[in-house]
Design a protein around this ligand. Structure first.
Ligand SMILES: *Cc1c(COP(=O)(O)O)cnc(C)c1O
Length: 367
């Protein structure tokens, strides 16, 4: 079965002639060390204004040779994506709504003045890499092969302008559960003085610079005994934006679910979109709006906010048990995962791992 649309580029495979020994690979897949161990191959393509996208291939995973003047090293012209390949009980391997990742990758490219990669190329690169390295896709609860597509300015030129040489790659790393504690509530530190994005900036693009800006606040969250950092809007420092690499949602006492609206400073998560879609199909009221920190703290004290959760590809759904910042430290309800949070986790992972019907046709077969 081929799911590559007609006209999509083929990624010819140049096989790795010294792959990991089978036993080492089995260990890497059974006990994944996410982000440190990568599969035998990577997919890649190159762009220049003269040729457009060319040289699509799957090659052995290896360090990149890069000119010290490569523009990305100086001006950060870079974007990335993150999604997972899930193994089903019958051995087949699937991605979850990868067209949304392709569309977001193109939107990020536009903001960073990088060339857009067509959706067909994006999907074909994932299929080619996962088919080549399908033995690396773990099986079992919470496990997956994490896929990291990325694009960067590789042209050697120190002038400040969009690069005329750009590389696209996909690498893959076997992953177990994201947070070591599994589906356990996390504590959040609300950063008051530092922001990850501002109006008109790059907050809605998945680009490394946003993460660079989040590292110090994340470190400070840890120093305050919290797991993750939550950012407020840069203009007023009053409204909730998002948590590190996850979007945030509130479940209200009346059953409705509220989440910050996408105003250009927040990353439009695929998981966020899917949670809102599921809830709306259930007939639940879903509200995207400005949500102030003051209102959340008040709602938690009065019991009108009953659950707070975060969502993103890495951890899917994460219950938030505690919210702290300068001058406050509150437990969310009784600190344990709430019923809506728990059900959303079950339903999303149920679809992703093929335990539930894919009613909305969100899955895309990779291998
Ligand atoms: C990737 C990301 C998310 C989550 O997006 P998903 O598509 O659900 O994984 C949320 N916030 C930021 C800043 C991100 O980079």
């Amino acid at each position: 079965m081929s799911t590559i649309p007609d006209g999509a580029p083929h990624f010819p495979v140049q096989p790795n002639l010294s792959p990991f020994p089978a036993e080492e690979r089995r260990q890497a897949v059974l006990a994944p060390r996410f982000g440190t161990c990568f599969t035998d191959h990577m997919a890649r393509a190159h762009w220049s204004p003269q040729t457009g996208w060319t040289d699509h291939r799957v090659v052995p995973y290896a360090p990149l040779a890069m000119d010290p003047a490569a523009a990305v090293l100086h001006y950060g012209q870079e974007i990335f994506e993150g999604l997972k390949a899930y193994r089903h009980a019958d051995g087949s391997v699937w991605a979850f709504r990868p067209e949304l990742n392709a569309a977001r990758f193109a939107a990020s490219a536009r903001r960073l003045a990088l060339p857009e990669l067509p959706e067909a190329d994006f999907l074909a690169s994932l299929e080619a890499l996962v088919r080549t390295d399908r033995a690396w896709v773990p099986a079992g609860a919470g496990a997956s092969l994490y896929l990291r597509p990325f694009m960067f300015a590789s042209e050697a030129f120190l002038g400040v302008r969009p690069a005329a040489g750009v590389d696209y790659l996909v690498i893959a790393s076997p992953a177990g559960g994201y947070f070591t504690a599994g589906f356990a509530p996390v504590s959040i530190w609300v950063a008051r003085d530092q922001h990850r994005a501002g109006p008109g900036g790059t907050g809605a693009a998945k680009t490394g610079g946003n993460y660079a800006a989040s590292l110090l606040p994340q470190q400070q969250a840890r120093e305050h005994g919290c797991d993750q950092v939550c950012f407020l809007d840069a203009a007023t420092s009053t409204a909730l934006e998002e948590i590190g690499s996850m979007n945030v949602l509130l479940v209200m006492g009346d059953g409705s679910v509220h989440t910050p609206a996408l105003t250009g400073t927040i990353l439009a998560g695929v998981t966020r979109r899917s949670v809102l879609d599921l809830l709306a199909q259930d007939g639940r009221e879903v509200v995207e709006r400005t949500i102030t920190l003051a209102e959340v703290l008040d709602g938690l004290r009065r019991g009108t906010v009953t659950e707070v959760l975060a969502c993103g590809t890495a951890a899917v759904i994460t219950p938030i048990g505690r919210l702290a910042g300068e001058g406050f430290d509150v437990t969310v309800a009784d600190g344990a995962p709430g019923p809506v949070t728990t059900e959303l986790h079950e339903r999303l992972t149920g679809i992703q791992y093929g335990r539930c019907d894919d009613t909305y046709r969100w899955l895309h077969r990779l291998a």
